[in-house]
Design a protein around this ligand. Structure first.
Ligand code: ATP
Length: 245
């Protein structure tokens, strides 16, 4: 049976995970509604990356539940999760530096259900800058362009949920704005995005919801304005308003 449209794309219930004997996720509850952008914020070591790893099948939870589109998926392989609509872009660039932009994109089309040309067309329509640079080696793209190529590759699989780990890391503010513009467009086209950021500014300008993690738990979740009090001064430098940073 097809899950109701209102079923969240991702739901975590009392999720626990550990490295060796050390528990890092200590009962995480989190909901990502379909098509929405959720910013996952929190200080160093709060467990944000670990949470993404537990969701994406790279770290097996010790207990609790991961539901993807209403289906229990704890312990499923990354491949199975991808087929269920999950796509992860880890921290860093996640492209093949020695291949051209076009070659990088062609690699994902083998795994895609959509036609090969269609995937390329969609990628170039969404990222015109990549279309101009289709013959350029990925390793020679700027940091922001590489991040966009990584996103274009991920979107080739037509995901329902995209997990992004610190997409703004190391990028100039203007490039970060562009990247978040793309994230907003994705959400408008129905792709849900769970985005981890250590610095809240840009993410909160785009996110419908924000979750704050501390000590391995989500300690607050709501609309950005509602969780403001949970964010230490560190995060507020860039404000909640767009374009103030
Ligand atoms: P940051 O914002 O600094 O990236 P984070 O919120 O993403 O932090 P995690 O990377 O999830 O935090 O780390 C949570 C805790 O788990 C930290 O104390 C970290 O040292 C520990 N940890 C992370 N990866 C491993 C690992 N592979 N083995 C052992 N401990 C780990």
């Amino acid at each position: 049976m097809t899950p109701a449209r209102t079923t969240p794309i991702l739901e975590l219930m009392d999720l626990h995970a550990a490295y060796g004997g050390i528990e890092v996720l200590r009962g995480v509850d989190l909901v990502v509604p379909r098509g929405s952008v959720v910013a996952l914020l929190g200080p160093n070591g709060a467990g944000k990356t670990t949470l993404l790893r537990a969701v994406s099948g790279h770290l097996r939870p010790t207990s609790g539940h991961v539901h993807l589109a209403g289906t229990h998926v704890n312990g499923a392989s990354a491949e199975k999760l991808a087929r269920a609509g999950l796509c992860t872009i880890p921290e860093g660039r996640a492209t093949f530096p020695g291949l051209t932009v076009l070659e990088n994109l062609r690699l994902v089309t083998y795994a895609s259900v959509a036609g090969r040309d269609e995937v390329l067309e969609r990628a170039f329509a969404r990222f015109p800058r990549l279309a101009e640079r289709r013959g350029q080696l990925a390793g020679t793209l700027s940091g922001g362009e590489q991040r966009m190529l990584a996103m274009a590759r991920a979107l080739g699989a037509d995901p329902a949920l995209l997990l992004l780990d610190e997409p703004s890391m190391g990028l100039a503010p203007l490039v970060v704005d562009e990247l978040y513009e793309v994230i907003a467009q994705l959400s408008a086209s129905g792709v849900a995005v769970l985005v981890v950021e250590q610095f809240a500014g840009r993410a909160l300008g785009v996110a419908e919801y924000a979750a704050v993690m501390r000590g391995g738990r989500v300690v607050a979740m709501g609309e950005p304005a509602d969780v403001q009090d949970e964010l230490p001064g560190l995060y507020l430098g860039r404000g909640l308003e767009r374009g103030t940073g």
